[in-house]
Structure formats: structure tokens, C-alpha cells
Design a protein. Structure first.
Length: 419
């Protein structure tokens, strides 16, 4: 029996999921019309759909399908980062036997279930493989010595096998931790906590390998001549920032609605400390990657940044420096900011926004290096995927208690005090 204070309200369990799914359904219909209209227009103007312009961000500007698939990939890797962040957050809590986070842990646990949504959302990536990845074109590989050297790894068959493997690993981890946590609500069996702790170390190793290779395969191989040895860490830091920000946002909204009343400034303080520290970590990784490439000044390595300072992409790069490095560090360094629910809400919203900018800057120059070119399809894909993503989240969030109320460390979280 779930205590009333830990039950999701009708608004969260019924209204929000239906609203998000309705928006997602409408978005799919509008998207179909827009794509059809763009396809017809391109056919009349003679634009090459499949391979318009050069691949891999080498100065091309492809047709509508190429633009669509890159816009889709941008949205996909953003929402996938949230799932990865949730996996890391949950594993970290059990690996360190953390008690402070129990009251807000169910938010991240529910995001684990969104792996069910991300699996079918991966299918369009395969449908647009030739529009996204230069290395998937046999003719291009035959003319490129570098791609020939990388072909044992970068080929369609091995790529497909790896992606399936990533999702098998993620599916096993997410279902194991979500199901055990929810079952503990029903049975009160404290051995389930011990079991989840026991497997957290091996799960963390599998997670690290999975997110690293996923980031390399799905994002970095968009530019197959370029590489970075810390690319996986860059993607990981963004994913953890996103889950921290979204956990804070959902927790604040729940408190405003009369739920999660046991969550207090101490919990927001801890979330704020993690948000601050990992934003510094993201800044360190981003700077380290740029500085080493700038200092070495090797053409194959500088290509990535050259493509992202052309035209209006330079403005986006400056926005990331100010909005993702300078501003959050200055704003979150204060203890008072981290212990204020409103300022934490605002900073979390800003982090989500700047991560959207970050992922757009990573992906979209590969289709048009001349500058930012946001169109209605880009926006509609992002909103539609987000509506489906969050509709699924709130649908699952309302099914069970919003707090793992039979976790043996719940009292530690309720009585949390920061020094």
C-alpha cells in the first residue's frame, strides 16, 4: 500500500502524460506534412536528396532528407543523453551507498524506463544511415584511404551489431534497477538494496564502455576523419548534467504541487553541488579537447573546430563559452544559490537549454558549415520527440510511488543535513 504522500497526483499520472502524447501525435502529423512538402519542393528544384553536398561537415549543404536526419540525430542524442545520465546517477547512488538521494531517486529511476522509447526511436538512424555517415557509402570508402583504414570498424554491419549490443546492455541494467526498486516498495525486502549494490560496480564498468562507444559511433563518426580520445567523457558529462537539472526541475515542480514535502534545501544543496562540480568538469573536458587540438594544429584534428567557427556557428561557440562555462560557474559557486529552490530551478532550466545548444552545435555543422540554419522541421522533430519522451516518463512516474519509501536509507534522506 502506497502512503498518500508518496502517490502521484492525477495531474502527474493522467493529465501530463495525455497532454504530452497528444502533442507528440500532433507533431508527427505536422512533421509528415512538412517533410512531404519539402520533398516535393526539392524534387521540383532538382536537389539531390541522398547525398547532397559533401559528407561529414566538409562544407556541404544537403537536401531536405539529409537536413532532416541530422536534425533527428541531434534530438535523438539529446534525449538519449538523459537516459544515460539517469543510469549513471542510479548506479552512483548504489555504488556509494548514498542515503541523501533516496527522496529524489525515483525521478531518475523512472527515466530509466525511457529506454523502451529510445529503442524504436533508433530505427530512423538506420533509415538515414547514408545521409548521416560518410563511411557508410561504399563508393566514398573506395576513394578515401583513411576510410579504408577504418573500415574494419566503421562499416554498416559491425555498426549495427554494436548499436544492438549497447541497447541490450542498457536494457538489462535499466530494467534490473527499476524493477528491483519498485518491487521493494511492494515487498519491503531490504535484500534487494544489497543485490543492487552488489551489481553496481560491474554495471558501472559496462555503462562506461557503452556510453563511450555509443558517443563515438553515433556522434563522432559523423566526421570519420576526425577523432578525440575524450569524446565519450564529453558526452558523459553532458548526460549527467542533464539528469541533475531535470531531477531538480521535477522535484521543484512536485514540491510546488504539494508532493515531496520532505525534500528540502539540503537536497537541493546537494543537487546544486553536483550541478556545479560537473559543469566545471564539462568545462575542463571541453577546454582540454580544444586546447590540445589547437596546440597540435594538425589538419585532420582542427577540422572539427574549423567547421564550428564558420559564419554564425562562431556565435554559438561564444554562447557555449559564456553560457556553459562562465555563467554557471559564477552563478552556482554561491552556497545561497544552491540552497534556494527558485534559483536552482532557474539554473537547471538554463543548463537544459545550454545543453540543447551544445548538442545542436555538435551535430548540425555536419550538414551545413556555413552557419546556423534552424527550420520548422528541426524544431518540430525536437518537440515531437520530447513530447513522446516526457509523456512516457510521466506515464511511468504515476504508476508507482514517487519515492522508494521502503528503501532502508530513506530515513537518512529525510534527516539530511549539510555542514
Amino acid at each position: 500500500m502506497i502512503p498518500d504522500k508518496y502517490k502521484a497526483s492525477v495531474f502527474f499520472s493522467k493529465v501530463l502524460p495525455r497532454t504530452f502524447f497528444a502533442i507528440g501525435g500532433l507533431g508527427l502529423v505536422l512533421l509528415a506534412f512538412l517533410l512531404y512538402d519539402q520533398y516535393v519542393s526539392a524534387a521540383h528544384s532538382g536537389v539531390n536528396e541522398s547525398h547532397g553536398g559533401d559528407h561529414g561537415g566538409h562544407g556541404g549543404h544537403g537536401g531536405p532528407l539529409k537536413k532532416f536526419f541530422h536534425g533527428y540525430l541531434f534530438s535523438y542524442v539529446f534525449y538519449m543523453a538523459i537516459v544515460f545520465g539517469a543510469v549513471f546517477f542510479i548506479l552512483l547512488q548504489f555504488l556509494t551507498s548514498s542515503g541523501w538521494s533516496v527522496l529524489v531517486r525515483r525521478i531518475s529511476e523512472t527515466f530509466l524506463k525511457n529506454i523502451w522509447i529510445m529503442i524504436p526511436l533508433t530505427i530512423p538512424i538506420f533509415l538515414g544511415l547514408h545521409d548521416l555517415y560518410h563511411w557508410s557509402d561504399d563508393a566514398a570508402v573506395a576513394e578515401d584511404p583513411i576510410l579504408q583504414e577504418k573500415s574494419p570498424y566503421l562499416n554498416v554491419v559491425f555498426f549495427s551489431i554494436r548499436v544492438v549490443l549497447y541497447f541490450v546492455i542498457l536494457f538489462l541494467i535499466t530494467n534490473f534497477y527499476y524493477n528491483n526498486s519498485v518491487n521493494q516498495d511492494k515487498t519491503g525486502d531490504q535484500k534487494l538494496t544489497v543485490i543492487m549494490q552488489k551489481y553496481s560496480s560491474v554495471s558501472m564498468v559496462l555503462f562506461a564502455l557503452t556510453i563511450t562507444f555509443f558517443a563515438v559511433d553515433i556522434i563522432m563518426s559523423l566526421e570519420p576523419h576526425w577523432y578525440s580520445t575524450i569524446w565519450g567523457v564529453y558526452y558523459f558529462s553532458s548526460s549527467f548534467l542533464l539528469i541533475l537539472a531535470l531531477t531538480t526541475i521535477v522535484a521543484v515542480v512536485l514540491k510546488f504541487s504539494g508532493k515531496l514535502q520532505e525534500v528540502n534545501v539540503e537536497h537541493f544543496h546537494d543537487l546544486g553541488k553536483l550541478l556545479f562540480s560537473f559543469n566545471v568538469f564539462w568545462s575542463y573536458i571541453a577546454f582540454s579537447q580544444y586546447m590540445l587540438i589547437w596546440y597540435a594544429n594538425i589538419p585532420e584534428e582542427t577540422l572539427f573546430y574549423l567547421n564550428r567557427v564558420n559564419g554564425t556557428w562562431r556565435t554559438v561557440a561564444y554562447l557555449l563559452v559564456i553560457g556553459h562555462v562562465v555563467f554557471p560557474i559564477i552563478a552556482l559557486v554561491s552556497r545561497n544559490v544552491k540552497r534556494n529552490m527558485i534559483t536552482m530551478l532557474l539554473m537547471s532550466i538554463w543548463i537544459v537549454f545550454i545543453e540543447i545548444v551544445n548538442f545542436y552545435w555538435l551535430v548540425m555543422p555536419n550538414v551545413d558549415v556555413r552557419g546556423v540554419n534552424i527550420d520548422s522541421v528541426d524544431i518540430l522533430v525536437f518537440v515531437t520527440m520530447g513530447a513522446i519522451f516526457f509523456g512516457w516518463f510521466f506515464r511511468n512516474f504515476g504508476k508507482h510511488a514517487i519515492v522508494p519509501f521502503r528503501d532502508p536509507r530513506l530515513s537518512d534522506s529525510i534527516n539530511l543535513k549539510n555542514a
